[in-house]
Design a protein around this ligand. Structure first.
Ligand code: ATP
Length: 265
């Protein structure tokens, strides 16, 4: 009996509009997918091959996963997600089999995206052998299976690009390398606004000020601040037995609770 976990096709429902900021990244991802589908003739004329792979790197909680899900939703692509650590944890030989199976499914479901989160778990430098050599080789072989990968986009994400085996980033593999950094002021304001639009935030709350105060926080932390503020408002509701909106004092409380993990060490 095999312990191989099934990898299912997912249908993410994330839209571009759910992601604050990062407009440049959104556009580049869109192009990587849309060009080959919309303008194959133009690409052929200029001798430009379609991109097979994208590597997203940057600090945790800054929308890498969100981006890939939005791309799949907005472009109408099937989506397979795999966590590096999950594959690595399988029995010897099973990881490789599972990896090949994932690509088989992706080809059967094209146009599709295969998303490898924590790619560093399966594609670390060959020298730093963790028994993952065969896995890396399998991954490279699958990616090199050229024609067959048409309309399958491989996207990988990592917080540790420096440990990746350089072979992975060679032309024709994950050669479209994009950095997704912490949200800038504009992005933070958008993240706050997106959350506020789905909640009931008191009009006295100055989102610009909040955007300034959250400098250095990841997107995930900003959402966490909002939810902590929301929780504080719920506490008030319970205490007063009256409906509350989320007020400045709640955000102040939340700001003190949520630590910056990107810039603090
Ligand atoms: P990790 O490296 O830890 O996997 P990640 O970069 O893939 O992190 P996501 O999973 O995309 O991060 O983001 C985590 C959560 O943070 C999201 O589900 C979302 O709630 C929030 N978030 C992060 N960035 C943004 C953003 N720009 N706009 C809206 N929400 C965001």
């Amino acid at each position: 009996p095999t312990a191989m976990r099934e990898v299912f096709l997912e249908t993410p429902k994330v839209r571009w509009s759910d992601i604050g900021g990062q407009h440049d990244i959104k556009k580049r991802l869109q192009q990587a997918v849309e060009r080959p589908l919309k303008y194959p003739q133009r690409m052929k004329r200029l001798n430009v091959k379609s991109k097979k792979g994208v590597l997203l790197y940057g600090p945790p909680g800054c929308s890498k996963t969100l981006m890939v899900k939005a791309l799949a939703t907005e472009a109408g692509l099937n989506f397979l997600a795999v966590k590096g650590a999950e594959i690595l944890s399988m029995y010897v030989g099973e990881s490789e089999r599972s990896l090949r199976e994932i690509f088989r499914k992706a080809r059967a479901a094209r146009p599709s995206i295969v998303f490898f989160d924590e790619i560093d778990a399966i594609a670390a430098r060959r020298s730093s052998s963790s028994g993952g050599v065969n896995l890396l080789t399998t991954l490279l072989n699958e990616m090199d299976g050229i024609e067959e990968l048409r309309n399958v986009l491989v996207i990988a994400a990592t917080n540790k690009p420096d440990v990746l085996d350089p072979a992975l980033m060679r032309p024709g593999r994950l050669d479209n390398i994009l950095y997704i950094g912490p949200p800038d002021f504009e992005a933070r304001r958008e993240i706050l606004r997106i959350w506020a639009n789905m909640s009931v935030v008191n009009p006295e709350v100055d989102l610009d000020k909040l955007a300034s105060l959250t400098e250095g926080h990841s997107g995930a932390e900003i959402v966490s601040i909002c939810e902590t503020a929301g929780d504080a408002a719920l506490d008030d509701e319970e205490e007063t037995q009256q409906e509350q909106d989320v007020q400045w004092k709640h955000f102040e409380y939340a700001l003190a609770q949520v630590r910056r993990q990107i810039t603090d060490t």
